[in-house]
Design a protein around this ligand. Structure first.
Ligand SMILES: O=C(O)C1=C[C@@H](OP(=O)(O)O)[C@@H](O)[C@H](O)C1
Ligand SMILES: C=C(OP(=O)(O)O)C(=O)O
Length: 418
């Protein structure tokens, strides 16, 4: 529990989404790249380990592990652990298809349920030989991929499109991806992919909606400074919202492709005040949070944080556009419903989202389902509800290994300021 309204200033480590894109692009580039401020967490370390297993040079600075030099090299046979990371299981196979040899992919037991066949079928259509439709699967690579046009239904995950585009310039004929189906979620994450490809000198045609075309091209090395992870920042900003306190996140980018930036708009809708000055973003929580009715289709990964706040808000919230969260780290709609209800809250699953009505909550167990964002959502509720026990808080190491330390730091800064 927080001793009162939280009051803290924090620095967040690098963005998971930018780090894992930058690593793939650096591995496929024409010369070495140095990435500064990379996220070092389970998801990004699995990406580093996967690239290294394929033969790519991976050299963290011994004095600063967030500064990593990636040296492209011919890729060879390897065994790769994807853990539970969507960005590894969907971004690495298209790159591994350019190796010379057999590449075996596996991951956590729970990762075997995550949707994957869409991108594996797409790779088959582009000329890659793959055994299997989900983890574990094997890519039988022979150094070249023909490429071409492929039609997929990406309504289950934007990462199917991003994964194909990131390696497309290295395929013989490039790649044109056409989406056919219900709308693609997390579209800003695809825009992030396109923008990073363009920064690496790769032309991407996005003139036709739901069609992305990458011509064969050299991927140029880019030395990047990775921005702080704004989706991870969201949990800390939400702490200000939940307690009526004030949290400042330093180095908040003025312009960003990270969808997590939308948290400010969402918190403002719930009654928070947002201030931005000199690169610092501050959120001040209201006395009582207002309910929220919102389509979260573009920012699905913020859902656990927002749902936790809705459980604490006054009135009925309706979160829509997030049916695809059933294929995230866990079925997040079911998990949030079970855990919020377990603390006496009112939460029900609807077709494409959640309906949550603010109600007095009581203490109890909050299960994390190996999902980093479920764990942080439980911690958030535990700030204002006595006796909430979050199981397996260590699962936050997926994208923020020091979450428990940073959370404690935020709370101790709060006590000092009272
Ligand atoms: O490309 C990315 O970096 C991501 C895309 C989104 O995936 P979905 O489109 O599967 O939601 C997001 O939820 C995930 O956390 C990261
Ligand atoms: C959905 C998420 O992760 P992944 O990259 O594993 O899909 C997430 O971080 O909320």
């Amino acid at each position: 529990m927080a001793a009162g309204p939280v009051s803290a200033t924090l620095e967040l480590p690098g963005s998971k989404s930018i780090t894992n894109r930058a690593l793939i692009l650096a591995a496929l580039a024409d010369s070495p790249s140095t990435l500064t401020g990379t996220l070092r967490s389970r998801d990004t370390d699995l990406m580093l380990a996967g690239l290294s297993a394929l033969g790519i040079g991976v050299d963290p600075d011994p004095h600063d592990p967030t500064r990593v030099t990636i040296t492209p090299a011919p890729m060879h046979a390897a065994s790769i652990d994807c853990g539970l990371a969507g960005t590894v299981m969907r971004f690495l196979p298209p790159a591994a298809a350019l190796a010379q040899g057999t590449v075996i992919f596996d991951g956590d037991e729970q990762a075997r349920n995550r949707p994957l066949s869409t991108i594996l079928d797409a790779l088959r259509d582009l000329g890659v030989v793959i055994d299997g439709d989900r983890l574990p699967f094997t890519v039988r690579a022979h150094g070249e991929v023909p490429g071409g046009t492929v039609t997929i239904d990406a309504s289950g995950s934007s990462q199917f499109v991003s994964g194909l585009l990131l390696s497309a310039a290295r395929y013989r004929d490039g790649v044109r991806v056409r989406h056919r189906g219900a709308r693609v979620p997390s579209m800003p994450h695809i825009d992030m992919t396109v923008s990073m490809l363009r920064e690496a000198g790769v032309a991407v045609d996005t003139d036709t909606p739901d069609v992305w075309t990458v011509a064969p091209a050299t991927i140029h090395a880019v030395d990047r400074q990775i921005e702080p992870d704004l989706s991870n920042a969201a949990a800390f900003l939400a702490a200000a919202a939940a307690t009526g306190g004030r949290v400042t996140v330093a180095r908040w980018p003025q312009h960003t492709t990270q969808p997590g930036a939308e948290i400010t708009d969402i918190l403002a809708d719930m009654g928070c005040r947002i201030d931005y000055s000199d690169g610092n973003l501050s959120v001040t929580g209201p006395h009582r949070l207002s309910a929220l009715t919102r389509d979260l289709h573009d920012v699905g990964e913020l859902t656990p944080t927002i749902a936790a706040l809705c459980a604490l808000a006054e009135g009925q919230s309706v979160l829509t556009g997030i049916a695809h969260l059933r294929g995230h780290e866990t079925d997040r709609l079911a998990a949030l419903t079970t855990e919020i209800t377990g603390l006496g809250g009112v939460c029900e699953e609807i077709d494409d989202g959640l309906r949550i009505t603010g109600a007095p909550l009581h203490g109890g167990q909050w299960h994390s389902y190996a999902d980093h964002r479920m764990a942080t959502a439980g911690a958030l509720i535990g700030l204002v509800v006595p006796g909430v026990q979050v199981h397996d808080i260590a699962t936050t190491s997926k994208t923020l290994p020091d979450f428990p330390g940073m959370w404690d730091e935020m709370l101790s800064a709060t006590v000092e300021s009272h």
